[in-house]
Design a protein around this ligand. Structure first.
Ligand code: LLP
Length: 422
């Protein structure tokens, strides 16, 4: 569908989601992992890490492609439930889960809660007892593997808030406590090493560490834990020339590595799971903006840069400011034969760090009223959107078979004012 038409109907800024692409990516991840491990007789579940972006429609689309839904807070869990996802196909994460979140999860019969600290064992146990259920749990292990694009999104080194340390013995202690607790059903081990990972070596390292811990736990207790989750973090391309993770190759490599490791340890492999978020939804959306003020700026080195301001910014894409993330932009509403100039796409917020695309070549005649499209904004764009400067948040428009539909409504000034209690 022409973006001009979508802009006219839904306004800008808007996130535009390609439904067929989303479903194809979900299916590709499922097929790659299931296919690679099937010859080893190892089952695989793929959970969609819904923090990347969730709405009830998205939950239903990825679930229809065979993915389960991983949630990390009340709103994600409530949205998955509202989408009609069966409890058994939902997981709950979080380093500081509230009693209300745990109660909602167990009340809905979620397939697993991933334990992230020692005190949480008692909290989940007591709520399970209160509800008269046995809580299925995994233990999130800090493996010491360092991976991921930016310090803020690497999650398995020691000095950060997630998980229970393998090195300090906290992970083993958690396993033993849970094993001894009748209120809890210990499913297995979990590790998430980071996000936007382009070098897949870390997954193998983490897997080896978890299989080692599993073997140690089996030696102590005689129990061989049935499941291991290797988390998400599969990197995608953001700018032309970049390449995302090849999931089929990664899955095949991991299958070989894990088979060899299990043989060396003299055990069988557990059921596996993965939690891709970005790789499923990231490339499926573009953000469509309308260009406003265009301003040439002379640089210290004598060069120049065209500042192209759009009608959104850090409120719909905080990733550039927060992680120094790279994005690309293209003129969306017309062809131009003007020469390309060095440009920076900025937002309309009141700070100079409000940058959407740091460096991009755009036609010199770009001007107010043009539509600008920024690709690969599906993950952690709308989901980390804010109301900074009390700007209403952008909506999400899903496009399928030549038809468009808003799946998350654009906020209005009335929505923003409705929260103000005077
Ligand atoms: N599983 C767990 C336990 C996680 O913590 C995460 C991401 C994922 C799965 C999914 O990771 P993905 O496949 O999407 O990389 N806001 C940051 C990313 C933070 C991710 C946090 N956890 C960003 O915009 O890059």
């Amino acid at each position: 569908m022409p973006v001009t038409e979508l802009a006219e109907t839904y306004g800008t800024p808007s996130f535009l989601l390609d439904v067929a692409d989303l479903r194809a990516r979900a299916a590709r991840y499922r097929d790659a992992f299931v296919g690679a491990f099937a010859p080893l007789g190892v089952g695989v579940d793929v959970y969609y890490a819904s923090k990347a972006f969730l709405s009830t429609a998205v939950a239903r689309w990825v679930h229809a492609e065979g993915l389960r839904i991983d949630t990390a807070a009340h709103g994600e869990l409530a949205t998955a439930i509202a989408a009609g996802i069966p409890g058994a196909d939902i997981g709950l994460h979080g380093n500081n889960k509230s009693a209300a979140e745990i109660r909602l999860a167990l009340g809905h019969g979620v397939g697993r809660i991933v334990i992230d600290s020692l005190p949480e064992i008692e909290l989940v146990g007591s709520i399970a007892a209160e509800l008269g259920v046995r809580a299925p749990v995994m233990v999130r292990v800090t493996t010491g593997v360092h991976a991921g694009g930016h310090e803020f999104i690497a999650t398995a080194h020691e000095d950060q808030k997630f998980g229970l340390s393998l090195a300090s013995g906290a992970a083993l202690e958690a396993l033993e406590r849970i094993h001894a607790d009748d209120r809890l059903d210990l499913l297995g081990l979990h590790s998430h090493i980071g996000s936007q990972i382009l070098d897949p070596a870390g997954f193998g390292e983490a897997a080896r560490a978890l299989l080692g811990l599993r073997a140690e736990f089996a030696d102590r207790t005689g129990v061989l834990l049935p499941e291991v989750d290797l988390g998400g973090g599969f990197g995608i391309a953001y700018v032309p020339g970049e390449e995302g993770v090849d999931v089929a190759a990664l899955a095949a490599d991991l299958a070989g590595l894990l088979a060899a490791e299990a043989e060396a340890l003299g055990t069988t492999l557990p059921r596996l799971s993965f939690e891709p978020g970005r790789a499923i939804v990231g490339p499926t959306m573009i953000t469509l903006y309308t260009v406003g003020t265009v301003k040439p700026v002379v640089l210290d080195d004598g060069g120049s840069r065209l500042y192209v301001a759009v009608d959104g910014g850090m409120s719909d894409n905080i990733r550039t400011a927060l992680y120094d993330a790279d994005y690309h932009a293209e003129l969306g509403s017309r062809a131009s034969t003007a020469p390309a100039v060095t440009a920076r796409v900025v937002g309309k917020h009141c700070e100079s760090g409000d940058i959407v695309v740091r460096n991009v070549l755009l036609p010199a005649d770009i001007d107010a009223g043009d539509l600008l499209a920024v690709p690969a904004t599906g993950a952690y764009g709308r989901s980390m959107a804010s109301n900074y400067n009390l700007i209403p948040r952008a909506g999400v428009v899903a496009v399928a078979d030549g038809q468009a539909r808003e799946i998350v409504r654009r906020e209005t000034i009335e929505d923003v004012l409705a929260l103000d209690m005077g």
